[in-house]
Ligand binder design. Structure first.
Ligand code: ZN
Length: 278
């Protein structure tokens, strides 16, 4: 699941309601469909760029079916029926691997909101994980990595290629981030967290933000010194996602708490505030 981004992919010149990697099913206006196709095709390029050398991306990804649903009630009904259970409140998108279908609460206009586009990319990142990395949540994958990497892609600005670290957010993101700064969860606790605790409605937003921020930190923090270790850790995918493997690759997490919090406060927070301001 998840939320916000501004996607500035070139939207003109895409005529078909589908692309190489996506097939859209929707009664939304054609411009909205073209917009989503362009954004998701960009996301494939960005994903390939991000995980090149980590996983074998040589196989062509199969086409993912994308259902853009313009009515929130209808979105909820369709997703509940498809997955056989209700999603949490606030769920704006869902990817179901069995039917290889991505569902997006898309709104009714000619263009999707930044938040809806970000959700689409977030869910699509889950789809690409399934297709290329063989990931099946919850087996073999910790939740911080599963959601954090998807938010990393969903929050990134795509301008022909992924601009790492650049981000655009919904207006409530600074507030969530502010709350997260005061939330005393250690990295060890985050990394060890199982699904029930991770998706606890009381703290789920902070868990998403911390996961996104930790992925961001591992790719870019401390001048990028953790990136190689993080990528090495991801190579072991999908087996052995215990904390001990992560620590073997990036060091004892107790030692990263302070620099991570500093990165969150001094680098990410100002960037998010700026990106979210009108
Ligand atoms: Zn998700």
């Amino acid at each position: 699941m998840r939320s916000a981004l501004v996607c500035l992919a070139a939207l003109a010149g895409c005529a078909a309601p589908g692309g190489r990697h996506v097939a859209v099913e929707s009664d939304l206006p054609a411009p909205a469909i073209r917009q989503v196709v362009a954004v998701l095709e960009e996301a494939v390029t960005a994903y390939r760029e991000l995980y090149a050398g980590v996983w074998d991306l040589s196989a062509e990804a199969p086409v993912v079916k994308v259902r853009l649903i313009g009515n929130p009630e209808e979105f909820k009904r369709i997703v509940t029926e498809a997955q056989g259970a209700e999603s949490g409140p606030g769920t704006q998108g869902r990817y179901l691997h069995k039917s290889r279908t991505l569902y997006i609460n898309a709104g009714r206009g000619d263009a999707l909101t930044p938040a809806a586009l970000s959700t689409a990319v977030h869910e699509f990142s889950h789809a690409l994980d399934h297709l290329w990395a063989g990931q099946e949540r919850p087996q073999g994958c910790p939740f911080w990595s599963f959601e954090g990497r998807s938010d990393y892609l969903g929050y990134s600005v795509l301008k022909g290629r992924l601009v790492p670290g650049a981000a655009a957010f919904s207006r409530d993101t600074p507030e969530v981030l502010e709350k997260t700064l005061a939330y005393p969860l250690t990295l060890k606790e985050l990394v060890d967290m199982k699904g029930k605790a991770f998706y606890d409605p009381k703290h789920v937003n902070s868990h998403y933000v911390l996961s996104w921020a930790f992925v961001h930190f591992l790719f870019h923090g401390d001048g990028g010194i953790h990136a190689e270790g993080f990528r090495k850790y991801l190579k072991g995918f999908p087996d052995g996602f215990q904390r001990v493997r992560l620590e073997a690759a990036v060091g004892n997490l107790d030692n990263l708490d302070a620099p991570f919090r500093a990165y969150l406060r001094d680098t990410l927070m100002p960037a998010v505030r700026e990106a979210a301001s009108p």
